[in-house]
Design a protein around this ligand. Sequence first.
Ligand code: ATP
Length: 248
Amino acid sequence: PNGPSVLHVRDLDVAYGRALTALRGVCLEVPAGGAVALLGANGAGKSTLLRSLSGTLRLHRGAITAGSVHYGDVRLTGQDPVAAVRAGVVQVPEGRRVFAGLTVDENLRAGGLGLGRRAPAVVKAAREQVFGLFPRLAERRAQRAGLLSGGEQQMLAIGRALMAAPRLLLLDEPSLGLAPLMVERIAEVIREINEQGTSILLVEQNAAMALALSDHAYVLEVGEVRLAGPAAELARTDAVRRLYLGEE
Ligand code: ATP
């Protein structure tokens, strides 16, 4: 929709062990600078798809058995997380996993690891972006992450991912378990990150939030893409309204 796609997922099959096929024939695109939502019920394969992009699938004993993932010209199929981060594809893990025993600052510094030596100006710009988006994290810089509220930990998880200066940010259920006000705040920040030029692929149970933020959306059902299209159009379909937006 907004120009050339940068992420191309083609005919992707993913399996856990021999028996369980978690994704089948999945095709998906994220345009440069776009925001794409990925909806689906529990177990539909949303997390599996993100793991296939960020190189973390193997950590969960899964494997790509067919198809391909490319970010621009870089083939990500079967690559490890460092390769994905180097290509500009960074995942914010589900469950706002932060290092509870480390300070906010230390968590943020961990976000650039694996990228090798980077120009100080690049790291500084990333920190300034994070503290600009999350003034709260700047105030709590020296505090241990385990002492932050749930919403602040989600902010930190996003901030840590931003420290790697991603071109495509993968978010897995950022609204999960947060109070409505905090969900709104996180939604605003995701929109801002997108406006600052980072493409977004957003997995959400909160379909209303995800569709409001995105220009394009996909619905996964039992490992396959069932619906895809402009977010505003999907939000008007009966299936999405009934199953994902909780309307009659
Ligand atoms: P949720 O919102 O519950 O995370 P999801 O849409 O992200 O759901 P996945 O977590 O990708 O779904 O799971 C897709 C399928 O793969 C499910 O049947 C799930 O049980 C299975 N699965 C996920 N992770 C593993 C794993 N590490 N080993 C075996 N099976 C797995």
